[in-house]
Design a binder for this molecule. Structure first.
Ligand code: CTP
Length: 412
């Protein structure tokens, strides 16, 4: 989903060593389809040449309010008018102080006062500087005034120390930009997503599993977070956590159910994208099963509990979305699961089709509603599919009813 396509992003680069990462950030934003207008502080120009940014963006990288840069026009007002998003990355302690105090003594700080769009800062500095009360107070003040703070990460810093102060990963910064410009229709909703294939142990070294990669569930978690939700991803996949999402790792179906039950009361929407094992070994061997011990091995399997059915029985007003992985009679089989499991929506995919299902970067799904209506989607990247599924959820009466009751709760 190209949320940043056609958007104008003002990227402020302030003067810290992480300024060099601004070039790669710039490239990523341009790659997402954004028009990036770079404003550098004077100190930033000591770390990286403006030519790098003008080459990457196709626009001059500006610094001064007056003189050559301005071309005699009101540059800061023109830039501010065009801006869909204002981001300072990296933001030094100095620029945070100026933004918090409302100072406007260069093009970046003046434009910051003139914009009327979402504003974000990604601080980066030495660990002691970041921990200083004045810096923390400035960040808290900016946050109260509506600035989004992209927290720095812990790690090795250019000053040779280790601690919190390293610029957030570029993936997190781009994700924050997307979240700032995505629709806010999941704001204040709590969404639980499951992902991956559960593993049912046979002995200490073996398990029964399936081919699910978890990519569809991760895309859904990412999309829901971008659209304003608080997201918990209950994951049986090894993929790296998506930005902003709380990930709870699980392995077995029973663990997944227990974890969902723990989070269920607080949830508004549950999306079961996980490929849950339907059977588990009746007995788990305490020691490795050795081949010498037997000519033939018979494993007795017992059914696992159906998680969606259990949740449907315990639901108050939670909206339940299931997936149906099918190899034949897609609509009939998925429609049957929708009714049998008491779901609000089911997403059916024929996992035998190339470009659909397990492990693939794309998916081909049909979204089926309780009344029997359905929407067939073409082959799309999984993040795009996730956006379409969330679109479908927003049309459901249960989702719309929830909106009024929850307005104002726990907004960021
Ligand atoms: N599911 C579940 N608990 C299980 C098995 C599946 O909640 N023990 C959920 C899946 O996460 C999915 C939906 O039920 O959202 C349908 O899963 P699927 O594997 O397609 O169907 P099953 O119900 O397992 O039926 P079958 O395997 O016979 O097709």
């Amino acid at each position: 989903m190209r949320i940043l396509e056609g958007k104008t992003i003002i990227l402020g680069i302030s003067g810290g060593i992480a300024a060099y990462k601004g070039a790669e950030l710039c490239r990523l934003l341009v790659q997402e389809g954004a028009a990036v207008r770079v404003i550098m502080t004077r100190a930033a120009r000591e770390f990286i040449n403006p030519l790098t940014f003008s080459t990457l963006t196709g626009f001059p990288a500006l610094t001064e309010i007056f003189g050559v840069d301005s071309g005699g026009t009101l540059t800061h007002i023109d830039l501010a008018r065009a801006a869909d998003l204002f981001l300072v990355a990296p933001a030094t302690a100095n620029i945070l102080g100026k933004l918090a105090a409302g100072l406007a003594d260069d093009l970046l700080t003046t434009t910051a006062l003139a914009v009327d769009c979402p504003t974000l800062v990604a601080p980066a500095m030495n660990v002691n500087m970041f921990a200083k009360a004045v810096v923390q107070d400035n960040l808290a003040l900016l946050q109260r005034r509506g600035w989004g703070i992209i927290e720095p990460e812990e790690g090795f810093l250019a000053c040779g120390t280790t601690g919190k102060g390293r610029l957030a990963s570029l993936e997190r910064i781009v994700a924050a930009c997307r979240r700032a410009l995505a629709p806010r229709d999941f704001q204040d909703r709590t969404v639980l997503v499951t992902a991956g294939g559960t593993r049912e142990p046979l002995d200490p070294v073996r398990y029964i599993g399936n081919y699910s990669s978890g990519k569809m569930g991760y895309a859904l978690a990412r999309a829901a977070w971008e659209r304003g939700a608080r997201v918990t991803l209950i994951s049986a996949s090894q993929l790296p956590p998506p930005p902003g999402v709380e990930v709870v790792p699980v392995e077995r179906a029973a663990e997944m159910l227990a974890c969902l039950q723990e989070h269920f009361a607080a949830a508004d929407v549950v999306i079961m994208a996980a490929a849950v094992a339907d059977f588990r070994p009746a007995r788990v061997a305490g020691r490795k099963i050795k081949k010498e011990d037997q000519q033939e091995l018979t494993v007795h399997l017992k059914p696992t509990e159906d998680i969606l059915t259990a949740l449907a029985q315990a639901r108050r007003n939670q909206l339940l979305v299931g997936f149906a992985a099918e190899t034949e009679d897609l609509l009939a089989n998925a429609g049957h699961k929708l009714a049998a499991k008491g779901l609000d929506l089911i997403v059916a995919n024929n996992i035998t089709r190339p470009g659909a299902g397990f492990g693939s970067e794309t998916n081909i799904v049909t979204i089926i509603y309780p009344g029997g209506q359905y929407t067939e989607l073409p082959q799309l990247p999984k993040l795009e599919v996730a956006y379409r599924i969330l679109d479908a959820i927003t049309t459901l009466p249960r989702f719309q009813r929830g909106e009024s009751g929850r307005k104002g709760r726990n907004s960021e």
